[in-house]
Design a protein around this ligand. Structure first.
Ligand code: ADP
Ligand code: ZN
Length: 635
């Protein structure tokens, strides 16, 4: 299972080593250069006097002083009457020069023997050594390229182009069984496996096979694992690259990598191409100060070209992963590219139990270990963190020389892992309760109000970006298509949005409400304002006081074009406040009247962490039934 990542690590460290060798070689070359360049200068100085000449001059008493440099076997000679500013004459010495010293003594010439600071001999040696190392490294590099790179032997000499950093695994060995706790995502991807295995079945009836799927989820939720499992189940090769590796310093390198990747993929189709961290390359183009990043844009354009270039039936399915789908360039999400988005959530309690079961398979656990209990203790843990948790426990067990993992090691490992994470506000139970009430406030109102959209799910599993939970509705497609939002729908929508704040005030008191609902309040103001100024839904009359500068309810910033007086502006503010106040009061009333139901739902949410729409409606219905029963008994 971990094979892929080890390969990756290996090749990464290799790439690092490579660049180090190149640098060292460069320095070596420069050193050789200096050595070569200084040689002619030395030769010139030596020409004026040779060894025998020097001996003669000593005998003749023409020499004032001699400095012997043993390291370089040079004597620096100063002649009698020589100008002080002139450099001494350099004389090349022999290996041993016994008579030189004798004659100097005999003629009473002052002399001095010292090693020089100039150690160019050593430098020359080092340079040679480095040059030699470079040769060896280069050879190894070429050998490695041609033997086991995904590029194959053909690319051995293809420098610049062959720096492909993608990995290929012929068989991932990962199966859907190894992926747990993210059943929805698994189910959606099951189809992709079928495409890869039996494309004829789909093409025969004219179905267009999807080219790409985007896996959206926080780190460690198993996106890579899932992509590998698809390849494993379908028995096709798995190509992978990380978006951050595309983006290089040099313009054009990323694009050529993309070309290489897809060329290889086509040769090996059917196959899976996995692009991790696609947001690194796929950010909205033209964003950023100074016109954006040329290299990234070129790479992205190449990626788009490649994805358009092969037919859906070519058998390549591109799976990309990100936890920031919001920053992606919209071109990536167009039909025929990553048109399928699959959310990979952090696992809930049941999911965590299943993931723990998967990773407990190859570990020795003592009988008392209760995976159920561990799952309960680890809200907010991702799949990777759970895997890490069991592994830490196993390491502790080995260190303590025990035969099997006990609950003691598990508890220690949880501490270790969660302190390492320094997060999980949801382990704090008052905060968790507060979040649960807030979300139930939204969810219950959307279920109770006639004109609100039905609930899809409510969850208190934290997300990236500091989101501690959410309640999600299924928007009515007809309304979206027609754009016919009624006044009743808008009012109910405001009540639902205020439900979070309302329930907090009901349950914990006005003083306890916190700033967590700020974005809710912002949304309410926006809708209420539009009702008054654009849709003529207040008693200010059916006049459009502002022209729409953006799409309604999509959260885009509108440029309010004020076409009214200040007096009217304050009237608008007043109307907006009235709408909000009315809806808030309604929300509080409904929640107060259904307080036992609110408490019951919060209990279920705290227990399960996620309630799907259907289950939620069942609980609400049960409550209503029980009410009408007691009502009929008393009456
Ligand atoms: P992501 O790509 O989402 O960041 P990975 O797929 O790399 O996460 O997950 C890292 C490791 O964590 C996996 O190799 C696996 O051991 C473990 N893991 C994560 N999610 C799951 C899961 N749903 N089921 C089983 N193991 C998981
Ligand atoms: Zn809210």
């Amino acid at each position: 299972m971990m094979k892929g990542s080890r390969n990756l690590a290996q090749s990464l460290s290799l790439t690092k080593a490579k660049s180090k060798v190149t640098k060292a070689a460069l320095v070596g070359w420069l050193l050789t250069q200096t050595v070569l360049m200084s040689a002619p200068a030395m030769a010139q100085a030596r020409q004026t006097l040779n060894y025998t000449g020097l001996l003669k001059k000593i005998d003749a008493g023409e020499v004032e002083r001699v400095e012997i440099d043993e390291a370089q076997s040079i004597a620096r000679v100063r002649l009698q009457g020589q100008n002080k500013n002139e450099p001494p004459i350099e004389v090349q010495l022999l290996e041993r020069n016994p008579e030189l010293i004798d004659r100097l003594r005999k003629n009473k010439v002052s002399f001095d023997s010292q090693p020089t600071a100039d150690n160019s001999v050593v430098v020359g040696l080092v340079a040679n050594l480095l040059l030699f190392m470079l040769l060896i490294a280069g050879l190894l590099l070429i050998l490695r390229r041609s033997s086991n790179s995904p590029g194959g032997p053909g690319q051995a000499m293809n420098f610049g182009k062959s720096r492909a950093r993608f990995q290929m695994e012929a068989k991932t060995g990962v199966m859907f069984d190894d992926v747990a706790g993210i059943e929805e995502a698994k189910e959606e991807l099951q189809e992709v496996v079928a495409f890869l295995k039996k494309p004829e079945r789909f093409t025969a009836v004219g179905a267009r096979i999807p080219k790409g799927a985007l896996l959206v989820g926080s780190p460690g939720t198993g996106k890579t694992l899932l992509a590998k499992a698809i390849a494993g189940e379908a028995g096709v090769p798995f190509f992978s690259i990380s978006g951050s590796e595309f983006v290089e310093m040099f313009v054009g390198v990323g694009a050529s990598r993309v070309r290489d990747l897809f060329k290889k993929a086509k040769e090996n189709a059917p196959c899976i191409v996995f692009i991790d961290e696609i947001d690194a390359v796929g950010r909205q183009r033209g964003a950023g100060i100074g016109g954006g990043n040329d290299e990234r844009e070129q790479t992205l354009n190449q990626l788009l070209t490649e994805m358009d270039g092969f037919e859906g039936n070519a058998g390549i399915i591109v799976i990309a992963a990100t936890n920031r789908p919001d920053v992606l360039d919209s071109a990536l999400l167009r039909p025929g590219r990553f048109d399928r988005q699959i959310t990979v959530d952090l696992p809930d309690r049941k999911g965590r139990l299943k993931i723990l079961e998967v990773h407990a398979r190859n570990k020795k656990l003592s009988d008392e270990v209760d995976l159920e209990k561990i799952a309960r203790q680890t809200p907010g843990f991702s799949g990777a963190e759970l895997a890490n948790l069991l592994n830490e426990a196993a390491i502790l067990t080995a260190r303590r020389r025990k035969d099997a993992v006990t609950m003691l090691e598990i508890d220690d490992a949880i501490d270790r892992v969660s302190i390492g994470l320094a997060k999980n506000p949801l382990l704090d139970s008052t905060r968790k309760r507060m979040t649960a009430y807030h979300e139930i406030g939204h969810a219950l109102l959307t279920t109770l109000l006639d004109n609100a959209d039905p609930l899809n799910k409510v969850t208190i599993i934290p997300r990236a970006g500091g989101i501690e939970g959410f309640s999600q509705t299924v928007p009515n497609e007809e309304t979206i298509d027609s754009g016919l939002y009624t006044r009743a729908w808008m009012l109910d929508r405001i009540k639902v949005i205020l439900g979070g704040r309302a329930v907090e005030a009901e349950v914990f008191g006005e003083d306890a409400i916190d700033a967590g609902a700020a974005s809710d309040i912002g949304k309410v103001t926006q809708i209420a304002r539009q009702m008054v100024t654009m849709f003529g839904m207040s008693d200010l009359g059916p006049v459009a006081l502002e022209s729409s500068g953006g799409e309604v309810f999509l959260g885009r910033n509108m440029m309010p074009q004020s076409e009214y007086s200040e007096e009217l502006a304050s009237k608008i503010d007043q109307k907006v406040r009235e709408i909000a106040k009315f809806c808030y009061a309604e929300a509080r009333r409904l929640l107060r009247e259904n307080r036992p139901l609110v408490d019951r739902l919060v209990d279920v949410l705290l227990e399960q962490e996620t309630i799907e729409g259907d289950q939620f409606r069942t609980i609400v219905q049960e409550y209503r039934d029980s009410l009408s029963q007691t009502a009929s008994v008393t009456s």
